[in-house]
Design a protein around this ligand. Structure first.
Ligand code: SF4
Ligand code: FES
Length: 239
C-alpha cells in the first residue's frame, strides 16, 4: 500500500492505482469528463486536473492517469486547480457549444464562456476522448470506428464516413460517449436501429416479444461464443 495525502487527509491506496481512484475510494470528488471505469484512461479532457507536491515542487497532473506515490501531497481544489479546470471548460465550451453535458459541468463549477475562445459550430459534441473507439476495438472487438484527419480537423467516425461493414449496431460507443455526440435512433416500434449511417434490423425476445438487440449483434455473439443463435433470442429481463 502507498501512503499519501489528498486535501490534507491521510490515506492509503493500492500501488498502481490512480489519484482519481484513491480520491474516490476515500470520498473525495474529482470532476471527470472522459474517464470511464471500465476503459483505459486516455487523459484527454484534463478536467480531472489536481495539484501535486513532491518535496518543494508543485505541479498540475491529470488525476485519472497519474499513479499514487509514497508521500505525495495532492490538492484537488487549490486556486491553481480551479484556474486550470476553468480554462479546460472554456476551451471545451468553445469546441463543443452544443454539448449540454459540458454546459452543465461549467454551470456547476461557475465557469462562463469566454469571448477570446471563439465557439466552433462545426465540431458537434465530440471532445476526441477516444472512449468510443476504444470500447469498439477492445471490448466489442470489431473496430468499426476510428479517427480521421489530424489537428483541428480530427474527427471520429467510420472509414470514409460510409456505413461500416463490421459495425454490429451494439451501441456501446453511444453508451460510453460522455458528451452525447454519437446519435443512435430507434424506430417507433423498435424494430430498427440507426447508428453511424447504417440501419439494423432488431431481434425480438422470444419471451416478451420486445425488440432488444440488433440481429447482427446476436450473430456476432453466436460466432464469438459458439452459443447457437436460436439460444440468444431472450432479452436480459426475461433471462
Ligand atoms: S464521439 Fe464521444 S466517445 Fe467518441 S471521441 Fe468523441 S466525445 Fe469521445
Ligand atoms: S477525466 Fe481525466 S483527463 Fe478526462
Amino acid at each position: 500500500m502507498v501512503k499519501l495525502t489528498i486535501d490534507n487527509k491521510k490515506i492509503q491506496a493500492e500501488e498502481g492505482s490512480t489519484i482519481l481512484q484513491a480520491g474516490r475510494n476515500n470520498g473525495i470528488e474529482i470532476p471527470t469528463l472522459c474517464h470511464h471505469d471500465e476503459l483505459t484512461a486516455s487523459g484527454s479532457c484534463r478536467l480531472c486536473s489536481v495539484e501535486i507536491k513532491k518535496g518543494e515542487r508543485t505541479r498540475i497532473v491529470t488525476s485519472c492517469i497519474y499513479q499514487v506515490e509514497e508521500g505525495l501531497a495532492v490538492n484537488t481544489d487549490s486556486e491553481r486547480v480551479i484556474h486550470v479546470r476553468g480554462l479546460v471548460l472554456q476551451l471545451l465550451m468553445a469546441r463543443c457549444p452544443a454539448s449540454e453535458v459540458i454546459r452543465e459541468l461549467a454551470d456547476k463549477m461557475g465557469v462562463k464562456p469566454q469571448a477570446r475562445f471563439q465557439p466552433d459550430e462545426d465540431k458537434g459534441k465530440c471532445v476526441l476522448c477516444r472512449q468510443c473507439v476504444e470500447v469498439c476495438e477492445e471490448v466489442v472487438g470489431v473496430s468499426a470506428i476510428g479517427f480521421s484527419y489530424r489537428g483541428a480537423d480530427k474527427s471520429v467516425g467510420t472509414p470514409f464516413a460510409e456505413p461500416s461493414s463490421v459495425c454490429i449496431g451494439c451501441g456501446a460507443c453511444a453508451y460510453v460517449c460522455p458528451t452525447g455526440h454519437i446519435e443512435m435512433e430507434e424506430s417507433e416500434s423498435g424494430d430498427e436501429r440507426i447508428i453511424w449511417g447504417k440501419t439494423f434490423e432488431m431481434a425480438a425476445c422470444n419471451e416478451c416479444a420486445r425488440y432488444f438487440a440488433p440481429q447482427e449483434q446476436l450473430e456476432y455473439i453466436s460466432m464469438k461464443t459458439g452459443v447457437p443463435l436460436d439460444k440468444l433470442y431472450t432479452c436480459v429481463d426475461c433471462r
